[in-house]
Design a protein around this ligand. Structure first.
Ligand SMILES: NC(=O)c1ccc[n+]([C@@H]2O[C@H](COP(=O)([O-])OP(=O)(O)OC[C@H]3O[C@@H](n4cnc5c(N)ncnc54)[C@H](O)[C@@H]3O)[C@@H](O)[C@H]2O)c1
Length: 406
């Protein structure tokens, strides 16, 4: 037998060996954070997902030290407490902050922390804090990220990495690179059960190159949700693209290189250009991307279409496809179970992604390694949407997308 054939067999055996578990669970499961019949006017995905037994893996601590963390932002989504930092065996919450004293007090209570600061700007000056979780309004993410890095803090930040600004993307990219600190964007789709499975299969060669992928983020918003300084009042849908884009970028680690995007003038008043501060006319924007692998990807962000809400995706590759389950040239699926959770940590909302995102960030710092969604992936998830909206304003003109590597 030739050396090449033996290598091929060995790769294939690895794939088959790993695939023994998880097929049935994934094949039958409706993945996503919300479903039909859910009220439309709630922030999606905050429901906790019961953890399924994960007998194949046990969480093993990588250190016995406690990372000293500050939490900022306790707005409509109450997000700073939602990821479970306060319960992680390797974390001590040093201080919390929100601009509103009542929210700040509620966050302190929820995380059993007795030190508060009136703002992020004050909190980051605390020399005892090593890492900051930023759950402030989306338009402030870039500025707050840069401010925290400036004071030497590792940064975890909610999506999106930047809000509609290519200049901010470059600034954040440079600030992270210069700092040498860890940065992770908490893109919740990246630890959805189906997306995690697709990432495992992609990494073990079960898809080959992805020829076509698609993702959707449907969130019907006939009335604006509450938000700090009304940032949710009709922004371009593609400025919040990461939940959908994760169904290519979060699987492959690759990127989108060009886009043509279309929008339809919205029938809902505050998604019309005259009625929002962004002069945005669209409630739905659909982007067609060229991928860095040479394939195609279609990403939908829709706010003005009633119906089932949630974040979903699927793909077709040279060697296999995934529509709720793997089908392709490989006959058996690999072990697709998601990483185990530390004791006391719930899988949490957004399809059981919260606890895992938090543990990934903490562990990456303790191990001094890149987190799953590092600055390059965060920007490759976020920036294509910014360009997509510009394309939609020009009726689908093809536009190049800046590329980020780290
Ligand atoms: N699936 C997901 O990943 C998901 C879901 C919901 C929300 N989010 C993100 O989470 C973030 C928070 O969402 P939200 O609904 O709570 O937003 P929000 O606008 O309701 O609240 C933002 C909060 O940040 C606080 N804040 C702003 N500047 C501050 C500063 N300098 N110092 C201290 N606090 C400050 C405000 O006081 C406010 O309470 C947003 O960026 C949103 O995009 C992500």
């Amino acid at each position: 037998m030739s050396k090449k054939t033996i290598n091929q067999l060995s790769t294939r055996r690895k794939f088959l060996k790993l695939t023994g578990l998880g097929v049935a669970a994934l094949g039958l499961q409706q993945i996503g954070c919300s479903g039909p019949g859910k009220p439309a006017q709630v922030v999606q995905g905050l429901e906790n997902v019961p953890e399924k037994p994960d007998s194949s893996k046990i969480w093993v601590p990588v250190s016995d030290r406690k990372l000293r963390v500050g939490l900022v932002g306790y707005g409509a989504s109450k997000f700073s407490a939602a990821f479970g930092f306060q319960n992680h065996p390797n974390v001590e919450i040093v201080a919390v902050s929100d601009l509103f004293p009542d929210r700040c007090a509620a966050l302190a209570k929820a995380t059993r922390c007795n030190k508060t600061y009136p703002s992020l700007e004050e909190l980051v000056k605390d020399k005892n804090i090593e890492a900051v979780m930023i759950s402030t309004d989306a338009p402030s993410h870039a500025r707050h990220t840069i401010e925290a890095l400036k004071y030497g803090k590792h940064v975890a930040v909610n999506v999106p990495a930047v809000f509609g600004s290519l200049e901010d993307a470059d600034k954040v990219y440079e600030a992270v690179k210069k700092s040498g600190l860890k940065y992770m964007m908490f893109e919740t789709s990246c630890f959805h059960e189906d997306l995690h499975a697709m990432r495992q299969i992609y990494n073990t060669g079960g898809f080959g190159k992805i020829i076509f992928s698609e993702g959707e983020y449907y969130h019907y918003m006939p009335k604006p949700l509450p938000s700090y300084k009304d940032w949710r009042l009709g922004p371009p849908p593609q400025w919040y693209p990461t939940h959908a884009n994760a169904y290519y970028v979060g699987i492959t680690g690759a990127s989108f290189t060009e886009v043509s995007c279309l929008g339809m003038p919205s029938h809902i008043d505050y998604w019309q250009a005259a009625n929002n501060p962004y002069k945005n006319p669209f409630g739905t924007e659909i982007a067609l991307y060229r991928t860095s692998e040479g394939g195609m990807s279609r990403m939908v962000i829709s706010k003005d279409t009633p119906g089932e809400s949630g974040e979903r995706g699927r793909l077709r590759g040279e060697k296999g496809s995934f529509y709720g389950k793997y089908e392709g040239l490989e006959k058996v699926l690999i072990d697709l179970k998601r990483p185990p959770l530390p004791p006391g940590i719930e899988a949490g909302g957004h399809g059981g992604s919260h606890g895992r995102l938090m543990d990934e960030f903490v562990t990456a710092i303790l191990q001094d390694r890149k987190p799953l969604i590092d600055i390059a992936m965060a920007l490759n998830l976020t920036v294509p949407g910014v360009v997509a909206h510009s394309s939609a304003l020009k009726n689908g003109e093809w536009m190049k997308i800046p590329q980020y590597k780290f």
